[in-house]
Design a protein around this ligand. Structure first.
Ligand code: NDP
Length: 327
């Protein structure tokens, strides 16, 4: 009898650790094509800083329980994400299928017949045979020399559908699309986008767009989730509250024994969003996933909503003359 109990405990423990490795620390949500996405991932847009810091950040993230990494062809970080994945697969921390990897099609590759070759290039950098999610990075299309062209994202989408059909990506989605553009895309799409990745943070709550996407069964991935909080962005004289030392967020942090960044990330997750904070600092990478042991109350969520000032950080006004500019 004792032997049987001991054996059962060993089996249970092994099953639990297997589940833990697979789901990591984050919870997941189901997308409209039946796949699941972890609600927290690591962003890897470096905004000019050293791309080699990405490999270390991704390795630390995987050790800390992240199972979702966000990259893009234009970030120059795919190759470093790929090296980190290989290292962590080799040392036995993860299997490929435990990870959710997103990358994105750049604006110079919008011709329908360019999508599959562009994704193949990304897969080579990532050392993968398939990504979990491939996004049209922006609805805007331009040539290598920066001049706009009139390639229509509706045609680009057919290339995305082909990439999915070929098994190069499990799911396909969009990024930086506005309501009208989504409506127009859905009219001709054979496959629905699973997500729209857009800027959402306390300064830009995006209530209307989020509600619209919800009605269409399209999940929102919130990029630049920290808004003006990071030091680099807080020093902009126009940057609105909240900052890292905001008194309202600090009071909530005291209540839950969390810092203000963890409060904001939790706020976004509690609104039903998927978040992809970026950090290359190992302590912050670990802190940013330590938020699955509490929830904010609806009143606290509403309180953070009040910071909204429709202040956009990733505006790309240099593309405003494109007929497909979304903002
Ligand atoms: P974030 O809101 O993730 O902020 C990143 C900044 O916050 C970095 O400077 C980082 O510093 C700092 N930071 C992170 N954690 C903490 C912490 N705990 N305490 C204090 N500071 C912290 O902005 P991003 O613009 O990077 O957005 C996240 C990701 O979204 C991108 O990396 C990218 O993957 C994606 N994205 C997608 C876009 C799209 O068009 N689809 C556009 C923009 C972003 P440090 O690294 O020094 O720790």
């Amino acid at each position: 009898m004792e032997k049987f109990i001991l054996f059962s405990l060993v089996v249970l423990f092994a099953a639990a650790s297997e589940a833990n490795v697979k789901s990591g620390k984050s919870t997941t949500v189901a997308l409209n094509d039946g796949t699941e996405i972890p609600v927290l991932g690591l962003g890897t847009w470096l905004n000019g800083s050293d791309p080699t810091s990405t490999q270390k950040a991704v390795e630390v993230a995987i050790e800390a329980g992240y199972r979702h990494i966000d990259t893009a062809a234009i970030y120059g970080t795919e190759t470093h994400v790929g090296k980190a994945l290989q290292a962590k697969i080799k040392d036995g921390t993860i299997k490929r299928e435990d990870m959710y990897i997103t990358t994105k099609l750049w604006n110079t590759r919008h011709a329908e017949d360019q999508v599959v070759p562009a994704l193949r290039e990304s897969l080579k950098e990532l050392q993968l045979e398939q990504v979990d999610l491939y996004l049209i990075h922006w609805p805007v299309s331009f040539n290598e020399n920066g001049t706009f062209n009139d390639l229509d994202y509706v045609d680009t989408w057919r290339g995305m559908e082909e990439a999915k059909k070929l098994g190069l990506t499990k799911s396909i989605g969009i990024s930086n699309f506005n309501e009208k553009q989504i409506e127009r895309l859905l009219k001709s799409a054979k496959v629905k986008p699973v997500v729209n990745q857009v800027e959402v943070n306390p300064n830009l709550t995006q209530k209307k767009l989020i509600q619209f996407c919800k009605e269409k069964d399209i999940h929102i991935v919130a990029y630049t989730p920290l808004g003006s909080m990071p030091e680099s962005r807080a020093k902009n004289p126009n940057a609105p509250a909240p900052k890292l030392d905001d008194p309202i967020l600090s009071a909530m942090g005291e209540k839950y024994k969390k810092n203000t960044v963890q409060i904001v990330l939790r706020y976004l997750i509690d609104r039903g969003l998927i978040v992809i904070p970026k950090s290359s600092t190992p302590t912050r990478v670990r802190e940013n996933i330590d938020l699955f042991d509490f929830n904010l109350t609806p009143v606290e969520v509403e309180k953070i909503d009040e910071f909204n000032s429709d202040f956009r950080l990733v505006h790309q006004t240099k593309w405003k003359d494109s007929s497909y500019f979304p903002f």
